[in-house]
Write a protein that binds this ligand. Structure first.
Ligand SMILES: C[S@@+](CC[C@H](N)C(=O)[O-])C[C@H]1O[C@@H](n2cnc3c(N)ncnc32)[C@H](O)[C@@H]1O
Length: 395
């Protein structure tokens, strides 16, 4: 009997043994591989990792609650972005370009690279968490802004947005790329092929989604943006190559347009006045974010309307803290003529929004709360959307 074979296996704080954790990790790769079977790289590799304990085991090193295949993939993506001469790199559209991708099975190259760099990958997996800034979410933000512009004008035939100049404040802004939505060209195409575009027609950043709305186009003219600021507990500086590369690494190279759009948005935002993203807590520091955006807007003539939004950020905040944010916003609303709070979060996340059976099973629910001179209008749901803006359905 080998030495120590009769010893009880060591357990993690949650009571799990290494072997149990590895089994859980392999199960997650199996599930990921079948859910995203259509992805030529991530789908195929995920299914192979599930059957290969040596490469799956790296994910056991993740911090509590982080052992998800996306973290394993982000670590490897970061590695090939840094070292484009590695064998695995030729399977990444983000490295070689979408037109130069080879055909066939990526697994032999991927496995070889993972085994050669196992220590480095394990270190990344143990020390990092995934973070995103998804530029195509501009589609549902633009649609929610258009819905905010229609409030009180439902019976009017005029299509124009009723929103005057605004200051934008994003809570959980990451690198602040969504704060530039008016600098992008945002297009929604109906199932009948009718396209509506808003934003900057000459922009190198193109965001696109399917418009599933019935009755009216999802998009309307964007308001002039005179000030913009974000709050994030871990803001990403667009000049920080390592941090930006990690954000890029967290994107899936298999999905056409995603990494290309991210890179174009980063370039554009660096070349214009980059958005200010304050380091802070989105509940505790929301007023500081509003002040910063208003201050910037003052230099351009000032605004009466502040638009605060959160996109896939509130869902990471504990439920009682979400209620605290709603209270803080009601307080801030007493200091500005008009305050709108746009939300794009999973169902049942945002306090104060009404229930609606149409949100059941929806990935992202679009909500709107508005205060005028401190008095709140009835909170409303405006529609649902794909989590990355691939489609939007405005009611
Ligand atoms: C999934 S990302 C979404 C980023 C961006 N809103 C988007 O839609 O692309 C969530 C962001 O929320 C931030 N975040 C989570 N909890 C936070 C908190 N309590 N205070 C500030 N930022 C927070 C994270 O750091 C991360 O950048």
């Amino acid at each position: 009997m080998p030495a120590g074979a009769d010893r009880a296996p060591s357990r993690h704080e949650d009571g799990e043994t290494d072997a149990e954790r590895l089994e859980r990790v392999r199960r997650r790769f199996r599930e990921f591989g079948s859910e995203y079977a259509s992805l030529p790289l991530y789908g195929a590799v995920s299914r192979s990792v599930a059957e290969d304990p040596t490469t799956a085991e790296l994910l056991v090193a993740a911090q509590p609650g982080q052992a998800r295949p996306v973290l394993w993939f982000a670590a490897l993506h970061d590695l090939v972005l840094r070292q484009p001469d590695l064998r695995a790199a030729r399977w990444y559209a983000s490295v070689v370009g979408r037109d130069s991708l080879p055909q066939g099975d990526p697994w032999p190259d991927v496995r070889a690279t993972v085994l050669e760099h196992a220590d480095e990958l394990r270190h990344l997996i143990a020390s990092r968490t995934t973070q995103t800034n998804e530029v195509n979410r501009s589609v549902y933000l633009a649609a929610t802004l258009a819905a905010a512009g229609r409030v009180g004008r439902e019976s009017s035939a005029a299509p124009a947005s009723a929103l005057g100049p605004v200051a934008l404040v994003e809570l959980g802004a990451s690198a602040g790329l969504l704060l530039g939505l008016d600098r992008y060209l945002v297009t929604a195409m109906t199932t009948d092929g009718i396209r509506t575009s808003v934003g900057d027609a000459a922009s190198p950043v193109r965001c696109e989604g399917l418009d599933r709305s019935a009755g009216h186009p999802a998009l309307g003219p964007l308001p002039p943006v005179l000030g913009r600021a974000g709050v994030d507990r871990e803001p990403v500086d667009l000049e920080d190559e390592d941090a930006v590369r990690w954000l890029l690494a967290c994107l899936w190279p298999d999905v056409p347009g995603r990494v290309e759009r991210f890179r174009a948005a980063r370039q554009l935002m660096r070349s214009r006045r980059p958005p200010l993203v304050l380091q802070g807590d989105l509940v505790d520091d929301v007023a500081a974010g509003v002040d910063a955006a208003r201050q910037q807007a003052r230099g351009a003539g000032g605004v009466d309307h502040v638009i605060v939004y959160s996109s896939w950020a509130l869902t990471y905040v504990e439920r009682d803290r979400r209620a605290a944010l709603a209270q803080k916003l009601a307080g801030v609303a007493e200091t500005v003529p008009r305050l709108s709070w746009l939300t794009a979060e999973p169902p049942d996340c945002v306090p104060g929004l009404p229930d609606d059976p149409r949100t059941e099973g929806a990935p992202t629910v679009l909500g709107l709360r508005t205060w005028t001179a401190g008095a709140e209008a009835a909170p409303r749901l405006v529609g649902t959307a794909h989590p990355h803006g691939a489609w939007v359905d405005i009611w």
